[in-house]
Design a protein around this ligand. Structure first.
Ligand SMILES: Cc1cc2nc3c(=O)[nH]c(=O)nc-3n(C[C@H](O)[C@H](O)[C@H](O)COP(=O)(O)O)c2cc1C
Length: 172
């Protein structure tokens, strides 16, 4: 399963997650677009009044049936995008071990030179508490310079991403 941690239709994180997923041999990829899951902003009152939203139940089942994850996080003001955090909060109500200890590559990218380092740090410390089994991770700086026409043009980053994809392939 690939997840771009943003609800932008043209999400660069979605592009990076999908690109990385395609490097993994012989797997059926399920590309998650947060826009396809209509989740109200999490509130304990909404949960108590209406229960789990239908799209959440669907998403949780897809997470459950996945063998592993490529997650690429967008950084908004140094943290998760609101759309990703909302999805994560809802999922954690269904199962606190959101990621089920299945192998995960964790990526982050932004147009800036830090490539989402702050959200990466946040997720590296948090995800393991939610069943995250992060087998490899990297930030991907300056997305627009380093990813052109669907290809990684920076040789070091290309090597890094393909190495991570191979590591995940071996764990699936
Ligand atoms: C509200 C908001 C806050 C942002 N904060 C950051 C930030 O803290 N660090 C950063 O590198 N980029 C920041 N950006 C720029 C995003 O990295 C950029 O919009 C990127 O395209 C987001 O990824 P996405 O295309 O996958 O949504 C911010 C963008 C928005 C809209």
């Amino acid at each position: 399963m690939t997840i771009g941690g943003s609800n932008s239709k043209a999400s660069i994180n979605k592009k990076l997650a999908e690109y990385t997923g395609k490097l993994i041999d012989a797997v059926e990829l399920n590309h998650i677009d947060l826009n396809d899951y209509k989740l109200p902003i999490y509130s304990i009152d909404t949960e108590n009044d209406a229960g789990f939203p239908e799209d959440l139940i669907k998403l949780n089942a897809e997470v459950e049936s996945s063998d592993g994850f490529v997650v690429s996080l967008a950084e908004h003001n140094g943290a998760y995008s609101a759309a990703f955090k909302n999805m994560f909060d809802w999922l954690s109500r269904m199962d606190a071990k959101v990621w089920r200890n299945k192998p995960m590559l964790l990526l982050s990218t932004s147009p800036g030179a830090r490539g989402g380092q702050s959200v990466m740090d946040l997720a590296l410390s948090r995800f393991p508490r939610n069943g995250g089994n992060i087998i490899g991770h990297t930030t991907f700086p300056s997305f627009n310079e380093n990813f052109v026409n669907g290809e990684i043009v920076n040789p070091e980053l290309r090597e890094k991403i393909s190495g991570l994809a191979s590591e995940l392939s071996e764990r699936l």
